[in-house]
Design a protein around this ligand. Structure first.
Ligand SMILES: *Cc1c(COP(=O)(O)O)cnc(C)c1O
Length: 399
């Protein structure tokens, strides 16, 4: 079956909750993907940063196959020999003490919310049922009913209520507002260090340092959702590290933790915080399974051993500089950190989507986010020559 037939079949049987570019991928390796017609493309989306290590990284594939030949799933009713080594490595990379493994990002965010509330009642002694969590305007934390309940994006909420109470909204990047909204019942502040889905938005420098101070002063858990920005994407292992003294109380990790092959997510924190759980409080059938754990451990090894955060910083800095030097009437701003870059298209030039469609015809796969922004987030293994090829094609489309 070729492109049109496969798209037609997919559209016929699939709920229409996505609007993909009209390409059908059947093969991938490293930073490249091939469609069913045999055309080759540079993947500049990396499955929303779940492919930081590239497609089918040899070390990750080797682990996947070896572990698949031993044991894949035990459930948490029994121990397995892969979960401990993963969590130990994860705590080392995160400089934390304990972790709770889940599968998808949204599940890890839900886990963070439950953890913060439990900590609030047990440790901070917030009166029963009164815990408050503060989140940011234009946040993206996933798609479960609790999470979309505190989204400020009308489409994410429309028709899905009623929603979970207990959330308050402040502007992203405004620590003064955060300070005003904190009450004695506030248990946590959840924030993306850089807002991805909202259009690659960076807070003012020093914002997270202030957040850290406010949270410490008021005994509020500072929770960073690093599902997209973490694991090297922005040129540091975690995006909060761009600010001094801004270490959160809890990190939420997902996407690239699964090495591009298997969904693995986790909440990583201190003994005081994750110590609130006792058997039966929370769980997941697939969470911490041996196949996912083995894959995730190798996914972390690859990030560290191949210095992918450093490569992201180096190649991303060059890419940003080169893109900013393109003079185009269509571009309002080019911004980002590491290989997490957004090109904002002027409203007078229409939406970002037609630009993404033109890029696709030239062999560069990028996806628009929030109408006006082309997001560029290639796998972190990308090299200078490949970046140059990408820039040449972007220049053609923008000028
Ligand atoms: C992708 C993402 C999520 C949700 O992850 P899923 O695996 O799609 O559930 C949550 N937070 C952020 C910042 C994300 O980018």
């Amino acid at each position: 079956m070729k492109t049109q037939e496969l798209i037609h079949q997919t559209e016929n049987y699939s709920a229409a909750n996505y609007h993909p570019l009209p390409i059908v991928i059947s093969k991938a390796e490293g930073i490249w993907v091939w469609d069913v017609e045999g055309n080759k493309y540079l993947d500049c989306l990396s499955a929303y940063s779940a492919l930081n290590q590239g497609h089918r990284h040899p070390a990750i594939m080797k682990t996947l196959l070896e572990q698949a030949g031993r044991v894949t799933l035990t459930s948490r009713a029994f121990h397995n020999d892969q979960m401990g080594p993963l969590l130990s490595k994860l705590c080392e990379v995160c400089e934390m003490e304990m972790a709770l493994p889940m599968n998808t990002g949204a599940e890890a965010v839900e886990t963070a919310i439950k953890t913060a509330r439990k900590w609030g009642y047990q440790v901070k002694k917030v009166p029963d049922g009164q815990a408050e969590i503060i989140v940011c305007r234009d946040n993206f934390h996933g798609r479960t009913t609790t999470i979309v309940g505190f989204s400020t994006e009308a489409q994410y909420r429309d028709g899905f209520g009623p929603f979970t109470p207990g959330f308050k909204i402040v502007d992203f990047g405004d620590a003064t507002q955060l300070e005003k909204v904190i009450t004695p019942n506030t248990v946590a502040f959840i924030v993306e260090p850089m807002q991805g889905e909202a259009g690659i938005l960076m807070p003012p420098p020093g914002y997270l340092t202030k957040v850290r101070e406010l949270c410490t002063k008021n005994r509020v858990l500072f929770i960073a959702d690093e599902i997209q920005t973490g694991l090297g994407r922005t040129g540091k292992m975690f995006a909060y590290q761009h600010d001094a003294n801004a270490k959160p109380d809890m990190l939420i990790i997902g996407k690239a933790l699964g090495g591009g092959v298997y969904p693995v997510s986790a909440v990583v924190s201190s003994r005081e915080v994750l110590g609130v759980f006792k058997p039966g409080d929370h769980g997941s059938t697939f969470g911490g399974n041996p196949l996912g754990s083995a894959v995730a451990r190798t996914a972390l090894d690859v990030l560290v051993d191949e210095k992918l955060a450093e490569n992201s910083r180096e190649q991303g800095g060059y890419l940003l500089e080169q893109l900013q030097a393109i003079s185009s009437e269509h571009v309002k701003e080019v911004r980002g950190k590491g290989l997490f870059i957004g090109i904002e298209i002027r409203k007078t030039s229409g939406k970002a989507r037609p630009f993404c469609e033109k890029l696709m015809k030239l062999g560069v796969l990028a996806k628009e986010t929030h109408d006006q922004v082309i997001r560029l987030a290639p796998p972190l293994i990308i090299k200078r020559a490949e970046i140059d090829w990408m820039i040449a094609n972007i220049r053609k489309v923008l000028t």
